[in-house]
Design a protein around this ligand. Structure first.
Ligand SMILES: [Zn+2]
Length: 480
């Protein structure tokens, strides 16, 4: 009798296993793991894109060639539904820059880079240290007609409850305070000045803004605490209308084709490097995930759209356009998740950006990912920010998330050193593997926890996640 009972229990366990979705998912994950370990093209693709096209600033000839190239790649993987989304935008063009510090008659020229959308200008004024350049840093400060020195990150010793804001929002604060110019200090040590957009509306800002390295910033700040100094900033830059295209590859779902998981990354870079980390790493991750799903012939219940956005750096133009077109075609409710890849290497978990209702799903799926990859620790965080292509989706109430990445080469971010040599195949494959698994899990799950937020839910979400202040500063706060 006991034996028979044991046998029936074993049979039941066996039958349950056959119908166990988690077991099935685990087997799919094992095949993705094998594909990445034996056939990954991600790193070769990364070096290839960087070497072939160099910098891919949206609207340039090299960017246009890169757009063509990736559309052909998608087709070569077996995608039939591949299309461009063209748009025009205001392209900023870098000219010369000079920054000279005058400390009581001693002149020093500092290596500097203009922040994008800095106009041509020639300013000579005294320098005021405005710390982190956040609203409260101006409380007892008169910066009218002065050059403000601001840190682009958060200075050591900043209280942990203080949240950093996008550089463009720091610039609009400085301008609102009456500053005549801005010296912005790189947030990361590494001896290099950084670039990046100083605006969020795609128009020239009113004052010249240049960046210097973290180290030069520390020296200048220390020197200012001892004696006053002046700076002369000379810049020559211009803007012109330009043309770029998103590239979209669509895989139709077999059960809920009107529901979509958007997997996106920007393909464009700044003009000063091939952007290996920012964002060839994200672009090849998206390409490689697309390739793997096709190579393994994985069919999914929902549709997946792989999107390479253009002109992210100059103001999220491509992702704004994607969202605008989806809104016009009434497709926004169908977008269940937007998974953004911006500088994605060494992935060890996911950043769920305050979307707590999705935690369970990600935890369970993450535990299965961890079984195939010991470097993946199934960590979950809720870091919210507006500075990438997920932002236009988030502002429509769509659930957005990103891989959680460990950076060893972060000092190259937005500098002329963003080259492939700082990235290796393991770094990029770790993201491809975990992210491909998550894309499959989301696209094929019988049910998903997330749905689009209502306007009221979105308002609460933005407040709860401390995004209100910066949206107010940039004029994007839709409520009163
Ligand atoms: Zn980026």
């Amino acid at each position: 009798m006991k034996r028979r009972l044991l046998l029936s229990v074993l049979i039941l366990v066996f039958l349950a296993g056959c119908n166990n979705p988690q077991l099935y998912l685990h087997n799919v994950f094992k095949s993705i793991d094998l594909e990445v370990r034996t056939h990954s093209q991600a790193y070769t693709m990364l070096t290839d894109i960087c070497e072939r096209f160099g910098s891919r600033m949206a609207g340039t000839e090299s960017a246009e060639q890169a757009e063509e190239f990736v559309s052909l790649l998608f087709r070569s993987y077996g995608f039939e539904d591949v299309f461009f989304q063209p748009f025009t935008f205001n392209q900023w063009q870098r000219g010369d820059v000079r920054l000279r510090i005058d400390t009581a008659g001693t002149y020093v020229d500092l290596p500097a880079l203009a922040l994008a959308f800095t106009p041509s200008g020639n300013v000579n004024a005294s320098i005021v240290d405005a710390g982190n350049g956040l609203i409260n840093d101006y409380n007892d400060l008169d910066v009218t007609d002065k050059i403000v020195l601001i840190h682009l990150g958060l200075l050591p010793g900043t209280p942990s409850n203080i949240k950093n804001i996008h550089r463009a929002r720091k610039l609009s604060l400085a301008i609102a305070q009456g500053a005549a110019g801005c010296i912005a200090v790189s947030p990361v040590p590494g001896g290099l000045p950084v670039t990046g957009s100083a605006t969020l509306d795609g128009e020239m800002i009113r004052i010249p803004a240049v960046s210097i390295s973290y180290e030069e910033g520390e020296k200048l700040r220390a020197s200012l605490s001892r004696r006053d100094a002046r700076a002369r900033i000379v810049t020559t830059n211009s803007c012109q209308p330009a043309y770029a295209r998103n590239i979209v590859a669509r895989m139709e779902g077999y059960e809920y084709p009107e529901e979509t998981i958007v997997v996106g990354a920007h393909l464009d870079t700044w003009d000063i490097s091939p952007g290996a980390l920012d964002n060839a790493s994200g672009a090849v991750s998206v390409l490689e995930i697309a390739r793997i799903l096709k190579a393994l012939d994985l069919k999914t219940r929902r549709s997946v759209e792989f999107v390479l956005f253009m002109a992210e750096e100059e103001g999220h133009y491509g992702s704004e356009l994607y969202v605008r077109e989806a809104r016009q075609r009434n497709l926004l409710d169908g977008i269940r998740y937007m998974f953004n890849h911006d500088m994605t290497i060494n992935t060890y978990g996911f950043n769920l950006m305050g979307h707590h209702e999705s935690e369970d799903f990600f935890k369970k799926t993450g535990a299965l990912i961890a079984l195939t990859d010991s470097a993946f620790t199934d960590t979950m965080e809720h870091i919210t920010y507006m500075g990438s292509d997920h932002a236009p989706f988030l502002m429509e109430g769509i659930t957005t998330f990103t891989p959680l990445c460990r950076y060893e080469a972060f000092h190259t971010y937005h500098t002329n050193a963003d080259e492939p040599q700082y990235i290796n195949p393991e770094m990029i494959n770790s993201n491809v593997k975990a992210s491909a698994m998550m894309v499959y899990a989301l696209a094929n799950a019988p049910e998903l926890p997330a749905s689009r937020m209502s306007q009221e839910q979105l308002r609460t979400y933005l407040i709860d996640n401390q995004l209100q202040e910066e949206l107010v500063i940039s004029g994007d706060w839709a409520w009163d």
